[in-house]
Design a binder for this molecule. Structure first.
Ligand code: NAD
Ligand code: DAU
Length: 330
């Protein structure tokens, strides 16, 4: 099966491309990526795949590429909650309109569209876990834009009988994640002896999923998922943010003096938790627990300064200053 992998130069998309190539299923993969601040061609360097630089909102470009493949896996998105709070416009354009452009092309070509989505579309849950039947109640501009994409996917399936699937994952972590996200941010700051900003009291809970486990789930859903269905993919461990940061401090030989409690994220969701039995019913199971995954992740960042070094200057440095400069100076 030849795949169009959109957003394949980003964190999860590139890990998925590596996974498929390593599994002997990489033949004919075309990656379409706008190469925003989050997209990096080096993430898929050395792989025998075609990288096309372009926008999923470009209808002519998308149609030309969709005609060459057997299925679309859409990772392309603006993905960072804090940036969506600062400036939501691009999120609506890519995550909603871009998804529509891909769907329309896939429907017309008669091929499968797998939408990569998030637990955040369900909102926050104090107790228990979200199932695929839980209502969609997104909180942030990011999660609302992802929910918009999911709703259009559902509408295309219901109205036109398009062959669509949605995979909703919990928080991914692992190699090649941009340092704007909590885990790589904390790892790099700890390695440098810099303060680690923890929003509020750090009690918010996330359901951590090692990225390669999400990739095996995506492969299953793509191959065996039933058209029109949603599949939750949750990680094996739920942890409050403060415990995540403490684990990173331990692995990097630092102490808690680096923890800096800063003002809370606006509208911060308290807890995410996914029930993944439906995906497990396809024969999938997460293989990597948090303790192993975080150790592997810290090790990867230790060994790959050539990857993250350039990111610590330029656009990210400016963003970091806007997001944390004042809070960390106080
Ligand atoms: P990322 O920000 O690392 O990568 C996004 C990629 O999409 C980048 O390569 C970027 O250049 C590309 N892109 C952005 N706008 C584009 C456009 N208009 N056209 C083409 N390419 C474009 O994000 P990620 O963390 O790898 O997330 C990938 C997908 O998985 C997203 O859809 C996200 O919503 C979803 N997701 C992420 C997580 C997580 O924990 N990271 C969890 C659940 C779901
Ligand atoms: O749940 C899935 C989602 O996980 C994905 O859909 C998103 O694309 C992905 O970015 C991620 O969203 P989160 O907002 O949960 O991830 P982030 O790494 O930004 O934050 C994780 C938690 O850590 C969250 O409760 C906010 C907190 N945090 C984050 C940062 C960046 C801090 O305390 N300090 C920080 O500096």
């Amino acid at each position: 099966m030849k795949l169009l992998v959109t957003g394949g130069a980003g964190f999860i998309g590139s890990n998925f491309v590596h996974h498929m190539v390593e599994s002997g299923k990489g033949d004919g993969i075309v990656v379409l990526d706008k190469l925003t601040y989050a997209g990096r061609p080096e993430n898929i360097d050395g792989l025998d795949v075609e990288l096309v630089e372009g926008d999923i909102c470009d209808r002519d470009l998308v149609r030309g590429l969709v005609d060459r493949v057997d299925a679309v896996v859409n990772f392309a998105a603006e993905s960072h909650v804090d940036r969506s709070i600062e400036s939501p416009g691009e999120f609506i354009t890519t995550d909603v309109f871009g998804t529509f452009v891909l769907l329309e092309a896939a429907r017309d070509a008669g091929i499968r569209h797998l939408q990569i989505s998030t637990d955040e579309v369900y909102g926050s849950i104090d107790r228990g876990s979200f199932t695929e039947a839980s209502p969609i109640v997104p909180s942030s501009p990011y999660s609302a834009s992802k929910a918009g994409g999911d709703l259009i996917v559902g509408a295309f399936q219901h109205t036109y009988g398009a062959d669509t699937l949605i995979a909703r994952a919990s928080n991914n972590y692992g190699p090649q994640q941009h340092p704007e996200k909590l885990i790589p941010l904390a790892v790099l700051n700890a390695l440098h002896g810099d303060p680690i900003p923890v929003y509020g009291d750090g009690s918010q809970v996330r359901n951590w999923l090692f990225v390669r486990d999400f990739c095996t789930a995506i492969e299953r859903v793509l191959d065996q998922g039933e058209a029109g269905q949603v599949y939750n993919v949750g990680g094996p461990d739920e942890l409050p943010n403060i415990e995540v940061v403490e684990a990173i401090l331990e692995l990097t030989g630092r102490d808690e003096s680096l923890i800096e409690h800063v003002g809370d994220r606006l509208g911060h969701d308290v807890r995410y938790s996914l029930a993944s039995e439906k995906t497990e019913g396809l024969g999938w199971q997460a293989a990597v627990g948090f303790r192993e995954g975080i150790a592997r992740t810290v090790e990867w960042y230790r060994e790959n300064e050539a990857w993250w070094g350039p990111l610590r200057s330029g656009e990210y440095r400016e963003y970091y200053q806007r997001q944390y400069g004042q809070a960390l100076a106080e």
